[in-house]
Ligand binder design. Structure first.
Ligand code: COI
Length: 353
């Protein structure tokens, strides 16, 4: 008789309710290896068909792979949330699937269909369900990757693509009050089709390490980037979108190709409009940021967080923080929908278990 497939083994093991012995709140946003990852491959010009769950771990890749040599790769980030009743929800996974497809088109890569993406995410969550933290103590962060894994020395689209999802339980991305520094020399991305700031290209992240490393050494939490054309408008921080609040008005920079169209960003705009705030998406100048009442950031990893201060040209400006802020009201509603304590009137959540 043939030995059981990895998938069968996996599904047997995943029935195990053995809860990992970890302090969920202490893990922050660092990698905690889980049991399984999902892998699906396809040749250039073909469609993805069958994926598999395999044991989480290292895998073989050609030294000449497109991802390693020419950065042909994108990633996504989404979370699985445990509800008080013990079920597990995803939040708007089709948005991640569509954004991955947009990024894949931009980088000439094959991509999984929305249905394949969502099913793969669900399979990954179920196979690792013991790693979904208890309600209110963290989430399971899923990291879908799409990469050119075909070998070729010449510059050009890879001959093979690999879609892989791994995951890790996480709690808070940021620790303590957020103090941002405005970066004036380095730009995160350029706008329009010539830039890749609007997709989650893997190549968007390392080029800003000199700025983030310097800022962190100076005691700042993160860097806020300005537009590459004029240096007068705020764009985003290294891993999150930006919003400012003045009275009842909220505004956030337009996603013009330089700024990532965040799913949390889009959801927060919809929630803020429902709560009666006036919300505009438009270019936002540094000057108006400096006189705002409140400043906050959004992202899958960061959720919604107040920014306590911004330092621009060595001058530190402080903002309102605390439970009465607009940001905390938006965060409470968003987290409530994501974890099932606030009614999901928009059909944003997808039940996995
Ligand atoms: C996310 O919020 O999921 C992101 O992708 C940001 C990441 C670079 C931590």
């Amino acid at each position: 008789m043939a030995p059981p497939s990895v998938l069968e083994n996996c599904l047997e093991d995943s029935n195990s309710e053995t809860c990992p012995d970890i302090n969920w709140e202490d893990i922050g946003f660092s990698l905690v290896p889980t049991d399984y990852m999902y892998v699906m491959k396809c040749a250039k010009g073909e469609k993805f068909s069958n994926g598999n769950l395999v044991r989480y771990g290292t895998f073989e890749i050609s030294p000449a792979a497109g991802i390693l040599n020419y950065g042909q790769g994108i990633f996504e980030g989404l979370k699985a949330y445990r509800t008080e009743e013990g079920s597990i929800l995803l939040f708007r996974p089709e948005e991640n699937a569509l954004r991955m497809k947009a990024g894949a088109d931009r980088l000439c890569m094959s991509s999984p269909s929305v249905e394949q993406f969502i099913n793969a995410v669900k399979d990954t969550v179920l196979a690792n369900k013991r790693w979904v933290p208890p309600a209110g103590r963290g989430t399971l962060y899923l990291r879908p990757l799409l990469m050119g894994t075909g070998a070729s020395l010449g510059v050009g689209p890879s001959t093979e693509y690999t879609f892989l999802i791994y995951c890790s339980p996480v709690s808070n991305y940021h620790k303590g009050p957020l103090n941002f520094k405005v970066e004036e020399k380095l730009h995160r991305a350029i706008s329009g089709f010539s830039g890749t700031g609007g997709i989650k290209s893997v190549t968007n992240y390392a080029p800003v390490y000199p700025a983030t490393t310097e800022a962190k050494a100076e005691g700042f939490s993160d860097v806020l980037f300005l537009d590459a054309a004029t240096g007068k408008h705020i764009e985003e921080a290294s891993a999150c979108n930006m919003f400012l609040v003045k009275g009842n008005a909220i505004c956030t920079p337009t996603t013009d190709g330089a700024i990532l169209p965040g799913i949390t960003r889009k959801s927060v705009i919809a929630i803020a409009l429902d709560l009666g705030y006036q919300v505009t998406e438009r270019p936002v100048t540094v000057e108006e940021m400096l006189i705002a009442d409140e400043l906050f950031c959004t992202g899958t990893a960061v959720v919604v967080n107040n920014i306590a201060s911004v330092t621009y040209k060595n001058t530190k400006v402080e903002y309102k923080t605390g439970s009465e802020t607009v940001a905390q009201k938006l965060r409470k509603t968003l987290l409530g929908i994501q974890t099932g304590t606030v009614e999901d009137r928009k059909g944003w959540t997808v039940r996995v278990l």
